[in-house]
Write a protein that binds this ligand. Sequence first.
Ligand SMILES: Nc1ncnc2c1ncn2[C@@H]1O[C@H](COP(=O)(O)OP(=O)(O)OP(=O)(O)O)[C@@H](O)[C@H]1O
Ligand SMILES: O=P(O)(O)OC[C@H]1O[C@H](OP(=O)(O)OP(=O)(O)O)[C@H](O)[C@@H]1O
Length: 304
Amino acid sequence: MDLSETLNERLLFAVPKKGRLHQNTLDVLKGSDIKFHRHNRLDIALVKNLPIALVFLPAADIPTFVGEGKVSLGITGRDQVLEHEAVVPPTDTTGVEEVLDLGFGGCKLQVQVPAKGAIQTPEQLVGKTVVTSFTNLATKYFRALESEGEQTTIKYVGGSVEAACALGVADGIVDLVESGETMRVAGLKAISTVVESSAVLIVSKHPTDEKLIKIIKSRIKGWIDSQRYVSCKYNIHRDDLEAASKIAPGKRSPTVTTLHPENGWVAVEVMIEKSSIATKLDDLWEAGAKDILVLPLLNTRTSD
Ligand SMILES: Nc1ncnc2c1ncn2[C@@H]1O[C@H](COP(=O)(O)OP(=O)(O)OP(=O)(O)O)[C@@H](O)[C@H]1O
Ligand SMILES: O=P(O)(O)OC[C@H]1O[C@H](OP(=O)(O)OP(=O)(O)O)[C@H](O)[C@@H]1O
């Protein structure tokens, strides 16, 4: 059977072939037990343990392929989805649905200008020249600010957007900011946010195998949650339980088990977000919790 026949029998799943989202996406696939072998230089990989084929594509092209429907699933940045939709609006049959925020690739698409220049607001850029890789979103953004007869010039560059002002090509730029380091070093400052982005799982309007999509979504969510939360166990006197439960209420509510023979003491188990674990432990200890243990989660299946 040739490759195109093999692909017809499989759910196609588009993933970023390089760049900022590539490694995290490979981690998501591994955590979801989606096993594959990718031959050197080949952008299609057959999954060994599920009827899926992975298609490695530039992040910017993934909304186009998934939106057309032949590729059922994809991982890309929300910024890329919105950039695509700014020029190809979704219809009843085309376009994508965002079904899961994956919690990585967080960044903001921002309007930036020289930090020491006269421009302080995006309105002051109207009629001037703006350089960006996101021409559709930038055009839409400035069209909404322009009065009749005014037009801002939006110019495309594929990378190193931050150099445009210093090189005299632009009065301002629209570019992604994560830590802010690139912007700071280039002598720029942000004056407005066009889009807040993170990596998302997207699904086409007419996927080929809805049952399999449900399974993949559930696996990915389960693994993402296991990276986001830890399990916390502690002992506490029943009198202090209410206060402790307010500090760490868990996803639904804490699991409470009576401790014998120490009268009045209970054992509590609760999920806590990793990012807040240090302060939660300080507060639980202060509230009377003892013997506190924090355990990593290997995998989860929880509701929203
Ligand atoms: N500094 C950043 N921090 C976090 N996420 C980012 C950052 N830069 C980009 N991203 C996210 O990663 C996506 C892909 O960007 P990236 O620059 O890695 O693309 P690429 O496919 O390698 O393209 P290019 O060839 O233009 O470099 C962006 O659309 C955005 O969602
Ligand atoms: O706020 P920071 O953490 O500094 O990240 C922002 C930078 O990251 C991206 O560029 P990338 O490094 O992907 O290279 P590029 O300029 O070639 O697009 C983006 O275009 C900014 O330049």
